[in-house]
Every structure is written in structure tokens, then in C-alpha cells.
Design a protein around this ligand. Structure first.
Ligand code: MN
Length: 247
């Protein structure tokens, strides 16, 4: 048995669009997630989407930390809204799976890191809502949140609340982050603290203060960590260290 912390990485359903396996779902996640965990001393394992609650809860018994990854839009049914025109394809089976992983992880007080969709799942899990598309949000200042540049490059800044766990982790209150989202937090989930915003007021990070380690970020630190960006590396190191402590 390893002494290193086991980090469960939630998988996406990735549908084959051509060939004999047309329509078949594969489960997987960008290699950068597992690499970022490995480089921080964790042992990454991919958690395939499981449609029954008992199996998903059993998965959470095997891990020391839970990483919720990016991916498809969360179903509007999960936060009590009807779908609007700019909603993209959803995967309700994955939403249910990840909510169950959160149930299991929280019952064990496992460290949780949510990335992009993972932040949005955290918000919905705690009863919050999402802008189905950023154009739904009326703001005087509009930034580009779907950058064209490579994900290892930062594009917009976020201001991190000085009194937040995240600021302690990254050691600064101003971060240059990448951005690949068309949705964002609208109404905040119960208990969550909004700890980073972009200049146009979009929520870029959350924490659950009444919990040992629960951080969600709207950007993709796994891609920045691949480019050795210090703040992203610090975030993964802190997450894996919390998982090590829990072990
Ligand atoms: Mn953004």
C-alpha cells in the first residue's frame, strides 16, 4: 500500500463521433490533470462515471482527495431552470455521478478541488445557480472568457480576496489565469465564499470555509501547472498536501 495520497479525478463522458464506435461513450480526462497531481506527489486515479449511487460512493472510499474536472454544461434541471437557447449539451448522468462523489467525499471530509465545470458543480451542489451563457449577464465591462490562445497561457486577471484560503495558497491577490468557460456562477451556493473575481465581476473562485479543504476555480490550473506557472503549482501542491494529511 502506498504512503502517497490517492487523488480521484472525475472523468468526462466523451462520445465517439465517427467510425464503428459512433455514439459510444469513453471515460477520460485531460492528461494534464493527472500530471499536475503526480508532480505534486499524489497518485492520480481516474474515476469513471458510474450511474448507480452505491458504486460512486464506494469509489470515494478508495481516495484521499477528490478532483472535479472541466467538461460539459451542468444540466439546468440540477438548479431548477428551464434550458435557454445558448445552453450547450449536458450530461445529466455525469452531474448525478459527481453530486454523489461529493456526498461521499464530504461525509469523509476529503479535500475537494473543483476546476471550471468542477467549480460550477460545487455551486450547484450547494444550491446555487449558473448563468447558462455569459451573455445572459448584463455588465458594463465584458471580458473574453473563452480565450483563443493556448491553455498554458494566461489571458485575464483575477483578484483574489486577501482573507481567503486561496490567497494563502497562491501567495498573492492578483493572478493571471487562463479562461475557457461560457457559463459562470449566478446565485451563490449555501455556505460558499466567493474568493476571486475578474474585472467584469465574474466569480472566478469559491471556497467552503466550514470545511477542511474545498476550493473551486473557474480557470484551468492543470494547464498552467503544465507550463510551470507557480500559483497553479501551489494550488495542486496544497490540495495534494491536504489529501496527504487526511490519509
Ligand atoms: Mn474567466
Amino acid at each position: 500500500m502506498t504512503d502517497r495520497p490517492i487523488i480521484g479525478i472525475s472523468a468526462s463522458l466523451i462520445q465517439e463521433t465517427t467510425g464503428p464506435f459512433l455514439g459510444i461513450n469513453r471515460v477520460g480526462a485531460a492528461h494534464e490533470y493527472s500530471e499536475a497531481v503526480r508532480q505534486s506527489g499524489g497518485v492520480p486515479v481516474i474515476l469513471p462515471v458510474c450511474s448507480d449511487r452505491a458504486t460512486a460512493l464506494a469509489q470515494t472510499q478508495l481516495i484521499d482527495g477528490l478532483l472535479l474536472t472541466g467538461g460539459a454544461d451542468v444540466s439546468t434541471l440540477a438548479y431548477g431552470e428551464e434550458p435557454q437557447p445558448l445552453l450547450q449539451a449536458t450530461q445529466p448522468e455525469r452531474d448525478y455521478f459527481e453530486a454523489t462523489l461529493l456526498d461521499g467525499a464530504i461525509a469523509r471530509e476529503l479535500p475537494v478541488l473543483g476546476i471550471c465545470r468542477g467549480l460550477q458543480m460545487l455551486n450547484v451542489f450547494f444550491g446555487g445557480t449558473l448563468y447558462q451563457d455569459l451573455s445572459d449577464r448584463k455588465s458594463e465591462l465584458v471580458l473574453q472568457h473563452r480565450q483563443s490562445n493556448h491553455p498554458t497561457l494566461g489571458s485575464h486577471h483575477v483578484e483574489v480576496a486577501a482573507n481567503s484560503h486561496l490567497a494563502t495558497i497562491v501567495g498573492t491577490t492578483s493572478l493571471l489565469v487562463n479562461s475557457f468557460h461560457h457559463q459562470a456562477i449566478k446565485d451563490k451556493g449555501i455556505g460558499l465564499k466567493l474568493v476571486a473575481h475578474s474585472a467584469d465581476g465574474i466569480v472566478e473562485a469559491v471556497e467552503q470555509p466550514n470545511y477542511p479543504f474545498m476550493v473551486g476555480v473557474q480557470w484551468h490550473p492543470e494547464m498552467l501547472a503544465a507550463a510551470h506557472e507557480p500559483a497553479a503549482q501551489h494550488l495542486f501542491s496544497a490540495f495534494v498536501a491536504a489529501a496527504q494529511n487526511h490519509r
